[in-house]
Design a protein around this ligand. Structure first.
Ligand SMILES: [Zn+2]
Length: 373
């Protein structure tokens, strides 16, 4: 991750009580009733109605209850114990020894009932149910606004660094990503430690979407990942190499008419190397970063000439390499903060690359110096 988000403590977290008490109270043999739920939630279920022949919110809990009762007593206890461990999303992201709750291993009935419940609870009730809002005296929108205000030092999406979060008004709000994705881990779909606003580009199928931060999809093995609200040492970005357009395969030439950069993306802290690898994998970072620089590096040259140099009339560009490097590095140092400017780590990597001895031709081109022989 580019930087850590600040967790927002908020009254809406009381919804976490619902699944907790429901799973705990579903352990003994019994029949479904509203006594399984916290008091404030009983009115929500009492008022829930089936519409157009569909199941009501209450019905969906009842089906999950029946699926739990279909398990042995020991499995019901295991389910609740694993659920409690998994409530601490931070720990299961960083400690691969901790069990992760996979409800399909309990029973397919339970897993699909939880998925139907999740679609209703997270997808509908949390954002629109007026009884939940009046009982909790808050809304999901208020949580989002609090998150934005708590995190207003960063407007760049910390998961990619390439795009910005939406504004509070005049744009549709960013969706919450389920860090443990909700189709596989439906039991955590309304756990606010598992919810994190993310830019629309990152939260797409094919990027984070349904990617699993806990398991490597090739090996099937558990892996460590960042927890979005934990501090981290950030990432190191360098240009590994540049392929001029003449060297590209034909199908790439039209996509990248100015050539193609390969970036080397790594960790700043050795202890985070595996978490950085998970992040690169889950967010498709390698391809996105290569593409970003290959598409936009010319824009940095334009910014240098049209914005930076006019503000610094004392700078005179000559064909002295050392002077050009000094000028470009002072341009680099004012590019800005990675929490507020998109792509800044990639831009800096590019400027470092053109300042290398072997790339002096790129530095001259960047500075619009034409060398005469
Ligand atoms: Zn993003």
């Amino acid at each position: 991750m580019i930087y850590a988000l600040k967790y927002t403590s908020h009254p809406i977290e009381r919804v976490n009580q619902v699944m907790y008490l429901f799973l705990e109270r579903s352990i003994p043999n019994g029949v479904y009733s509203h006594a399984l739920f916290p008091d404030w939630f009983k009115e929500v279920l009492a008022l829930s109605q089936a519409k157009d022949g569909n199941l009501s919110f209450d019905d969906k809990f009842r089906i999950v209850f029946d699926a739990i009762q279909g398990l042995s007593m020991q499995r019901r206890i295991d389910l609740f114990d694993e659920f409690k461990v998994g409530l601490d999303i931070r720990s299961i992201c960083t400690d691969t020894q901790l069990p992760v709750i996979l409800t399909e291993l309990y029973s397919n009935e339970l897993h699909s009932a939880l998925n139907i419940l999740k679609d209703h609870f997270y997808g509908v009730a949390l954002s629109t149910n007026k009884t939940i809002q009046s009982q909790l005296k808050t809304t999901l929108l208020d949580h989002y606004q609090t998150f934005k205000n708590t995190n207003n030092s960063g407007r760049v999406c910390p998961f990619c660094g390439l795009h910005e979060y939406s504004l509070l008004e005049g744009e549709s709000k960013d969706d919450y990503d389920h860090w443990l994705y909700k189709a596989k881990y439906p039991i955590y779909s309304v756990n606010f430690s598992n919810l994190v606003p993310m830019c629309g580009k990152c939260n797409q199928t094919g990027v984070k979407g349904v990617a699993d931060v806990l398991y490597n999809k090739t090996t099937g093995l558990r892996r460590r990942s960042f927890y979005p609200y934990d501090d981290n040492a950030g990432i190191d970005v360098k240009v590994a190499n540049f392929n001029p357009v003449s060297s590209l395969p034909d199908e790439e030439k039209s996509k990248y008419p100015y050539g193609y950069f390969n970036l080397a993306i790594s960790h700043n802290a050795l202890g985070e190397s595996d978490q950085v690898q998970t992040w690169i994998d889950v967010f498709n970072i390698q391809v996105r970063y290569n593409s970003y620089l290959s598409l936009y590096y010319n824009g940095l040259q334009t910014e240098f000439h049209e914005q930076y140099l006019p503000d610094h009339p004392e700078i005179i560009l000559t064909n002295n390499l050392e002077q050009l490097r000094t000028i470009v590095s002072s341009f680099r140092s004012q590019l800005g903060n990675l929490k507020r400017r998109t792509g800044v780590e990639i831009d800096k990597a590019y400027l470092d690359f053109i300042c290398k001895d072997e790339n002096s031709y790129m530095l001259f081109t960047f500075c619009n110096i034409v060398l005469t022989v």
